[in-house]
Design a protein around this ligand. Structure first.
Ligand SMILES: Cc1ncc(COP(=O)(O)O)c(C=O)c1O
Length: 402
């Protein structure tokens, strides 16, 4: 658990009136540097996939120590491209978690395979390796763990299972920039790992994503991600390029633009500072809430570095007279923006109806979903904002204690 960095008391006795202005849950942390770099691209002769995208791929790969990187227009695109490049398709099964955004599971449907959901571990809410073991069948082709909230999944146990059964591991690292597992960066391994640069993420390009992995795998993924063409636009149109290309597979249109990469290059340089601020905020939330019997703060296992994309607070129903929805409504009334990550996949009508899931099929995911909320956590939060969140949470908990 993070413990450092608290400067003093979080709430004064008889604390001030509730906040007057809306505190957004997760606005992007963008300043003049991104504006200048994007303008530089717009003034140049090349605005789609080109030199800045290539530079962003190299610098991102160096940042997470990846063997290679392929920049795409979303994490969803990266996950879909990875599954398709692995040749996963109809009659195959991919084991994943219900405690994720639908994108992680939709991509399995996109390649025509069957998503097999298994429950999560109660502390981290990451996929439970014991449950994976029980779900492996002769049709299983891959395991798709999600590093929930930025806390790495148990990759050693997942890797052992994959090796024992000849399965691929495709990691959803939408939340995990930068995170480490047993001293190794998420994305540093040879298997495909998908990152998100969506507007709310730790590193944003407005929309965007990155697929890391072995160079030979990424070369096939690169062709698949751009219509199945043997040459991209930059290779055809820049000086010394050649007009000729061939389509070797009916691929997708998933390339990143140099406008996005321009933002990404700036955001990459700020990651250390962003992480420092995220950790300060987490430390203040943790010390303010850890001793409150109505509140459960997130845990960090000893062998990981958490990326702190989300601060997921869990309520303890036995200590409160209200549920999560009213708790959120009362924070909203106090001008504190929150969110819920996630409505478990098996509760969504498409998955519920297609596979006949019931809420209790994944009891850990379901029970935790019902008592969780995500608090504002981003580098732009001032000390006063953090105090406002703490004061509001403690006031709502205090007013409805059993
Ligand atoms: C766990 C997870 N996976 C995948 C995605 C999809 O990312 P993108 O919007 O970049 O496609 C998200 C986005 O919120 C996510 O939270």
């Amino acid at each position: 658990m993070t413990t450092s960095g608290d400067a003093g008391p979080d709430v004064l006795p008889n604390a001030a009136a509730p906040r007057r202005t809306w505190l957004a849950f997760s606005p992007p942390s963008v300043d003049q540097a991104e504006i200048d770099e994007v303008a530089d691209t717009l003034r140049s002769a090349w605005i789609t996939t080109g030199p800045k995208t290539q530079r962003f791929e190299r610098e991102f790969a160096a940042f997470v120590r990846a063997p290679g990187a392929l920049a795409l227009n979303s994490c969803t695109a990266a996950l879909h491209t990875a599954l398709a490049t692995l040749g996963i398709g109809p009659s195959d099964e991919v084991i994943t978690t219900p405690m994720t955004f639908a994108a992680s599971v939709n991509v399995i449907e996109h390649v025509g395979a069957r998503p097999v959901l298994v429950d999560v571990e109660p502390d981290t809410l990451n996929i439970d390796p014991a449950a994976i073991t029980a779900a492996i069948t002769p049709r299983t082709k891959a395991i798709l763990p999600v590093h929930y909230a930025g806390h790495p999944a148990d990759l050693d146990r997942i890797g052992e299972l994959a090796r024992a059964h000849g399965l691929a591991v495709v990691e959803d690292a939408a939340h995990a920039i930068p995170a480490t597992y047993r001293g190794r960066f998420i994305g540093a391994g040879p298997n495909p790992v998908a990152f998100s640069f969506y507007a709310t993420k730790n590193l944003t390009t407005a929309e965007g994503g990155m697929l890391t992995g072995e160079p030979a795998f990424l070369e096939r993924a690169r062709v698949l991600s751009l219509h199945g063409m043997t040459r991209d636009g930059w290779q055809r149109y820049h000086e010394g390029g050649s007009w000729f290309y061939e389509v070797v597979v009916p691929g997708f249109k998933y390339n990143m633009t140099d406008i996005q990469a321009a933002m990404g290059l700036c955001q990459l340089r700020k990651q250390e500072e962003f992480q420092r601020r995220r950790r300060e905020v987490v430390a203040r939330y943790t010390s303010a809430f850890a001793d409150d019997e109505a509140l459960e703060v997130p845990v960090t296992r000893p062998d990981v570095t958490h990326a702190w994309h989300l601060f997921v607070l869990r309520l303890r129903p036995q200590a409160l007279r209200i549920g999560r929805d009213q708790f959120v409504a009362e924070l909203t009334a106090r001008n504190i923006g929150t969110s819920v990550h996630f409505i478990p996949v098996h509760l969504h009508p498409y998955y519920r109806n297609k596979y006949g899931y019931r809420p209790d099929d994944f009891p850990v995911a379901y029970e935790n979903f019902r008592r969780m909320l995500s608090l504002p956590l981003h580098p732009g939060l001032s000390d006063g904002d953090v105090s406002d969140v703490i004061e509001a949470v403690l006031a709502v908990a205090g007013a409805h204690r059993r």
